[in-house]
Design a protein around this ligand. Structure first.
Ligand SMILES: O=C(O)CCC(=O)C(=O)O
Length: 299
């Protein structure tokens, strides 16, 4: 059985920026994996990898999280998009609790590997890559709960992934991730981090789908389903203010060995653009092999 993308699915990804939701974990697997997430949330996201409150890279600590992507349903689809050799360089837990707000429109990268909101590239693609067209990073977002429009479904603006929308500099607290950080760090009781972030600035995308005449598609999903999208497609998520259900998800960001992850590491700089010390960070080979030797691996 292969799950490689059909020509129609490839055309859908190419024109719209995402692969439609598909089944990954069955009910029994969800029952087995959920306790790991409960542990992470009940410890207020205090990460032993980064020694701080963070939603990032829990797969480097709880390795069973990797079983969510080490499977043909995910790998075959990724191979269709990025080729044979694949590595996971980041995961992020997205916990939208009742009362949490909208995550406003953004492109997760500013095309050349800079993470959204900051200007220190986390990924360095090869020089010959055409920044706006060569794909080198995609996200696999997996739902742990049923996802509805009411509890905070993601929204995509299909076709927005071939250009970078303008950004403006705003105080971090007013930025897209500033608002999510407020929900997250308040819940985790990390007021020190919130105070630190209050001193910062971030960039905010200027994007109005109506003014652009762009369609908006809410992505409703069953628990255990996944959606794959390019970090460049304009996306965000709806608020969860009318339900008493949490909406929990994890995304895995996947790139290829030609790309250098945290290129500043080779200059002895072990702090990424988001203040995380990357000393304990390593990539995880998901499929194939690395013949380029630019990255450090965990496996
Ligand atoms: O889960 C969410 O609310 C947003 C997820 C997101 O922006 C992403 O995975 O890049």
């Amino acid at each position: 059985m292969t799950y490689e993308l059909s020509p129609a699915e490839l055309e859908h990804f190419s024109s719209r920026g995402y692969v439609q939701p598909f089944d990954v974990l069955d009910d029994e697997e969800l029952v087995r994996i959920r306790p790991t997430f409960e542990k992470i949330l009940s410890n207020d996201l205090k990460s032993p990898i980064y020694d701080r409150t963070t939603h990032r890279d829990w797969h480097l600590y709880y390795k069973n999280l990797l079983t969510m992507v080490y499977r043909a349903q995910v790998i075959d689809r990724l191979k269709s998009l990025l080729g044979e050799n694949l590595l996971v360089w980041r995961s992020s837990i997205f916990h939208k609790a009742p009362g949490d707000g909208r995550l406003a429109w953004h492109q997760s990268s500013l095309f050349a590997g800079e993470e959204y909101g900051i200007f220190k590239p986390a990924l360095l693609p090869p020089e010959e890559y055409e920044v706006y067209t060569d794909l080198f990073n995609v996200s696999v977002w997996i739902a742990l709960d049923d996802v509805t429009e009411a509890n905070g479904a993601m929204e995509f603006a299909p076709g927005t992934h071939y250009r970078q929308f303008p950004v403006r500099r705003v105080p971090f607290a007013d930025s897209v991730f500033g608002k999510v950080a407020k929900d997250t760090f308040t819940r985790a009781g990390d007021t020190a981090r919130l105070a630190e972030l209050a001193e910062r600035f971030a960039c905010e995308t200027i994007f109005d789908p109506e003014a652009e005449g762009v369609e908006v598609v809410p992505i409703t999903m069953n628990a255990g389903q996944a959606v794959i999208f390019t970090d460049r497609v304009m996306h965000g998520s709806l608020p969860n203010v009318t339900t008493d259900e949490r909406r929990l998800a994890i995304n895995f960001r996947v790139t290829i060995p030609q790309v250098e992850v945290y290129p500043h590491r080779k200059d002895g700089d072990f702090v990424d653009g988001n203040d995380h010390s990357i000393e304990k960070h390593a990539c995880v080979m998901l499929n194939g092999e690395d013949r380029f030797g630019k990255n450090i691996y965990f496996n």
